[in-house]
Every structure is written in C-alpha cells, then in structure tokens.
Design a protein. Structure first.
Lengths: 322, 287
C-alpha cells in the first residue's frame, strides 16, 4: 500500500499486490505540476510566501486565459467580452440563502433593474452610471428583430470545492456509462415555473473526458416548453486551469424564432475555489428575439434564467453530496 | 492499464490538486476573513430575492375606444380608456373604472385583473405549450384549471391554425362575505378563428397589425353561478398580434350588468347579454 499525503489532510491511497499501479506516477505528477512553481508567474510565486492571491487576481488571470487560449474552453471567436472580469465577487450572494440568482452587468455594476439596484443601493458601484445590458439589436434572416443581452451572476456556494467537483465528475461518469441521456433536475417540480415552463436538458451523446489536460466536453440539447418555447443545441467545454475550473457553454447554431425565443447563447462559468469556499461567476450572453414588449421578455427571462440556473446548480451540488 | 484512468481517479487527482493548491492551507476563520476581504464586505448574505415577485414594469400603454352594445343591438355608449399591459402580462387601468356617458364600467374586474391580483403567482397557472390555464379566479376554483389564454407568446402561429379545445369544468365558489357557497358544471370551448390576419381600424389607420391571431373562449352551462365569479362570460374574443405583441381588439359578451353601474337610468337597458368592445386607438411600448 502506498500513501501519499498532500499536506492538507487529503491522502491518496493505492493498493497493489505485486507492483504499483501505472496511474500513480501520473497522479503524483499532477500534484506536482499543479502545485509547483514552474507554472506560476513571478507575482504568484511571491504570493505563496506573502499571502494567497486576491480573488480579483485569480479571476483576472482566468478571464484572460479563457479569452485568448486556442483550445476549448475558449471565448476566442465567440464575440463575448468579459471586460476583464472586473469587480470579482462584488455582487456575490450566498447561494444557500437565495431563491434565484441576482444579475448584475457584465462589468459588475448594478443593472437598471429596480430590484437589483435596490439591493446594491449602498454600494459605490450602484451610484455609477449603469451599463445598459442591452448591447445591440439586429434582424434575423426572416426579418425578426433580436436583441443582445448580457448578464452576470456571482455566488458563494458556502461549501468546499469537493462537493461541487464531486457532483460534476459523478455526473460525467454516469452519463458516460449511459451514452448521454436526460439530465434530471430533482427539484424542478418545486420551481415556480414548474407548471408553466418545463425545462429539459439532454446530453445527445456521451461526454468526453481527456485526462491528460483534465478537460471534458458535452453536447447538449436544451428545450423549454410552456409559456415560451426555447430550443438550443449546446456545446459545453470545461477544463482545469491553474486549479480553477472555467466552463464555456455555447450554441452550436442559431435557432429561428418559431422554434426558440432565444436565438443563441453563451454562458461562461468560472468556478474558483477560494477561502475554503467556492466562488462561481456566471457570465451570460443571449440573443433574444424581440416580441415588441421587450420588458416582458426582460422580466420573465431574468426570472426564468435566475431560477433555472439556480436549480441546475442545486442539482449538481445535490449529486455531489450523495 | 497503462493509459486508462477511470473517472473516479480523475476525480481524485483533480480534487486533491484543487484542495491542496486552493484554500486548504487556511483555517476556517482566516478563510472567512479572506473571503470578506476579497469582496470588500459581503452585504447580500441574507437576500430573500424572488424575481417572480419583482415589481412589474409597464410593457405597453394602450388607449382603447370602448363601446357598449345592449342586447337589442343598440350602442349604449362610447368612451375611451387606457390599459397598461404590464411586464407580467397583468392588465392595469390607471383611470380605475371607465365612464361611458352615465355608465361606470369596472373593466378591471371584467378582464379579471382584480381577481387575478387576489391569486398572484405562477403557481395559479399551468401551461401545455399552447393554452394557459388558471386554477383560481377570485372566489372561484376550477377543476380542472380552466383555459384562460392562448400563448401568450405565440412564436409559431401555424401551430394554432384550426385549433379547438373543449374542457368540461366544475366551478366551486366560496364567498363567505357575500354568504355565497355554490358550485356548477359547464364547459369552456376554445377556438382559434384565424391566424395571420391583418387588422386595422378607422380610429388609428396608421396602426396596421399584420400578424393577428383571433381566438375566442366561450363558456356554457354553470347554471346558477353568476358570471362575475370566474369570468363565466358567454364569449371573450381576442385579437392578438403575435409579432410584435399587441392586443388591438377585445370583445366580451355576456351578463355583464354586475360590472356596470349607472348614475341614471341607463343600467335598465343592460339587462341580459351585453357586448363590450375595446378597439385600439394608439399605443406605445415601455422601455
């Protein structure tokens, strides 16, 4: 039996009769490479001796990486500017205490939403001119106008990273075995939208997992039926980057209005273990068809997205807790 | 097993790395302090934010011409009223009741707004993708939930062509204040009369609607249950412009006298079925 203690109470235990398992060196290398100085920049190396980097420092670095890297997950070519992920954590709420995500602008300032502005009223940022989350409008091939909307939600999960990552990897394992299939949302029936908008997310094939780079990929189909119809073929890419976990979800193609209120979407989720907690910063970029009464779409979509994203994260955490 | 590593192992490596290199070296209290430093101060830790309870905004202000036609077919009066279509699709009436000559009409109750306000929340509704159903309207409870609206977002009108639906219903009314407790059976018939219709009127010739879906909900039966409970009107007909969303015309017919007051003798002419017609004059979308 071989025991490797990483110094923080986590032990890797391997057993074998005649020889060490061949994966052990890779595990050890993984530990060394991810913790050692060779991958760190000078300022980060310095911080090992002074203090851990600030949340903003970590997120800015991750943000830069996701914007420029050539391989997935990347925003390269997707026309989605995360604006350097500034104001990291300033709009963050405790996940366990919210019913829905609270959205701020991509640059971290308060939105023009009365609710959010009220929540942020005592913050300096709230007194700054708001950035309109509506960036541009255009017309599709059928002459239907659509509007670009960007939002951002920040949460602290109030739990160790183990739960989150455990849920994710368990999920991948199950879906690999079943060659994809529907994603269950255990609490969907409790959602306020349960009777009026049914959400279905299906992995259209088995997720892939590349152990060399700790990255994975999923092809998904998102369908919403009820008050609105949404149909989106999505691609999800995730990878461990400097001990953090960025995910990029993007539409594979544009959907026509007759099939989907959302023309296309991009979601960037930055999962950062920090201070014995997990910080999640979620950037969304949606192109939404304009039905005329845009505030109807704004309010209902914000509510739906806020509740749905939370239920998805709830489901993931619940899986990890089992 | 030289290259094959199972998912649990991947998890083990990944988690170990994350914990070892993340925050694991900090104690809990130190970590909390670090987190608070990172965010300057956590000010939103007890947010009880429910987006579904967010105040609705005005999605559109619409001025309608209103016309009341008695059972005889004679027009009793004409007037105007403003209806605000809210972001939660509630209809609001800034002027309260509508005056039409000597008549005072409580349109908010006729269109269900006041009743809906008593049963707020999405939990009162169900949707099958085409029809929005409602469980309770004021003091009336429907079993099963009654058809209330089509859509309301109609993304593919072709799906509704020739659509018809009949729903047998039991309505139960419990109104202790009025000492009313009764029930009745009947049915609602939903019918799409046309899709892709064009609509304009002489009041606003510049406003042309090219994507109107016209549909009606009729009720029958419910003997002994006053129409004011549960909007049991003979017929409600909606002209619904699907893109961009607008309601250019609404026609309601039935026993509406309970919603109409009179400063003179006009009310006596409104016995039996009355038709109230609302036609758009002008409108503006909210931002």
């Amino acid at each position: 039996m071989v025991v490797i203690n990483n110094g923080v109470g986590i032990k890797l235990v391997a057993t074998g009769r005649d020889h060490l398992p061949s994966w052990l060196p890779q595990a050890i290398c993984g530990l060394l490479l991810s913790c050692g100085a060779p991958q760190k920049s000078a300022d980060k190396t310095q911080s090992l001796f002074d203090s851990t980097p600030s949340l903003q420092t970590i997120e800015t670095s991750l943000c830069s990486s996701i914007a420029t890297r050539a391989e997935a997950p990347t925003l390269k070519g997707l026309d989605f500017d995360l604006q350097n992920c500034q104001r990291a954590g300033l709009g963050a709420v405790d996940f366990a205490k919210i019913k829905s995500f609270v959205f701020v602008n991509v640059d971290g300032t308060a939105t023009s939403s009365a609710i959010t502005s009220e929540l942020l009223a005592d913050r300096t940022e709230a007194k700054q001119p708001n950035t309109d989350s509506t960036l541009s409008s255009a017309v599709d091939e059928d002459g239907i106008p659509y509007t670009n909307r960007q939002m951002r939600a920040q949460v602290w999960l109030n739990r160790p990273f183990l739960n989150m990552a455990g849920g994710l990897t368990d999920f991948i394992k199950v879906k690999q075995a079943s060659d994809g299939g529907a994603v269950a949302f255990p609490d969907q029936s409790k959602s306020a939208f349960a009777e009026v908008a049914k959400t279905a997310l299906v992995l259209t094939k088995a997720p892939t997992l590349d152990l060399d780079g700790f990255n994975f990929s999923m092809d998904m189909q998102l369908n919403v039926s009820g008050l609105v119809t949404v149909s989106q073929a999505l691609k999800l890419d995730g990878k461990m980057v400097d001990n953090n976990f960025p995910l990029v979800i993007r539409s594979v193609k544009n959907a026509p209005y007759s099939n989907s209120l959302i023309r296309d979407m991009k979601i960037v989720m930055l999962i950062i273990p920090y201070a014995n907690d997990v910080y999640v910063d979620i950037f969304t970029d949606l192109r939404v068809y304009n039905i005329g009464m845009q505030v109807v779409v704004d309010q209902q979509l914000n509510a739906f997205l806020g509740v749905t994203l939370k239920s998805m994260l709830d489901a993931l955490i619940a899986t990890g807790a089992k | 097993m030289s290259r094959k590593i199972t998912t649990p192992l991947f998890l083990m490596i990944f988690l170990t790395n994350a914990v070892a290199c993340g925050s694991g070296s900090q104690g809990t209290s130190g970590a909390q302090q670090k987190r608070e430093e990172a965010t300057e101060a956590i000010k939103f830790t007890s947010i009880d934010y429910d987006p579904l309870s967010a105040p609705a905004k005005v999605a559109a202000k619409v001025n309608y011409a209103i016309s009341i036609i008695a059972k005889s077919g004679n027009e009793v009066c004409r007037g105007t009223t403003q209806i605000n279509i809210m972001s939660n699709l509630e209809l609001k009436f800034p002027s309260g009741t509508v005056k039409c000559l000597t008549l005072t009409i409580d349109l908010s109750k006729i269109l269900g707004n006041s009743f809906l306000s008593a049963n707020p929340g999405l939990g009162n509704f169900t949707s099958d993708g085409k029809v929005l159903y409602i469980k309770e309207i004021g003091k009336a409870t429907f079993d099963p939930p009654r058809p209330f609206f089509l859509g309301p977002l109609v993304q593919n009108p072709a799906d509704y062509k020739d659509f018809k639906l009949t729903v047998p219903e039991t309505v139960t009314v419990n109104d202790p204040e009025a000492n009313v407790s009764l029930s009745g059976t009947g049915q609602f018939d939903v019918e799409v009369l046309s899709v892709g219709e064009k609509y304009s009127n002489q009041l606003s010739p510049a406003n042309k609607f090219d994507n109107v879906m016209r549909w009606a909900i009729s009720s029958s039966g419910f003997d002994g249950v006053p129409a004011k409970y549960g909007l049991l009107y003979k017929k409600m007909e909606w002209y619904w412009n699907t893109q961009p969303l607008m309601i250019p015309k609404i026609v309601i017919s039935g026993d509406l006298a309970a919603f109409i007051g009179s400063g003179g003798s006009g009310i006596s002419r409104l016995v039996g079925d009355v038709t109230i017609s609302l036609s758009v004059k002008d409108f503006e979308y909210g931002t």
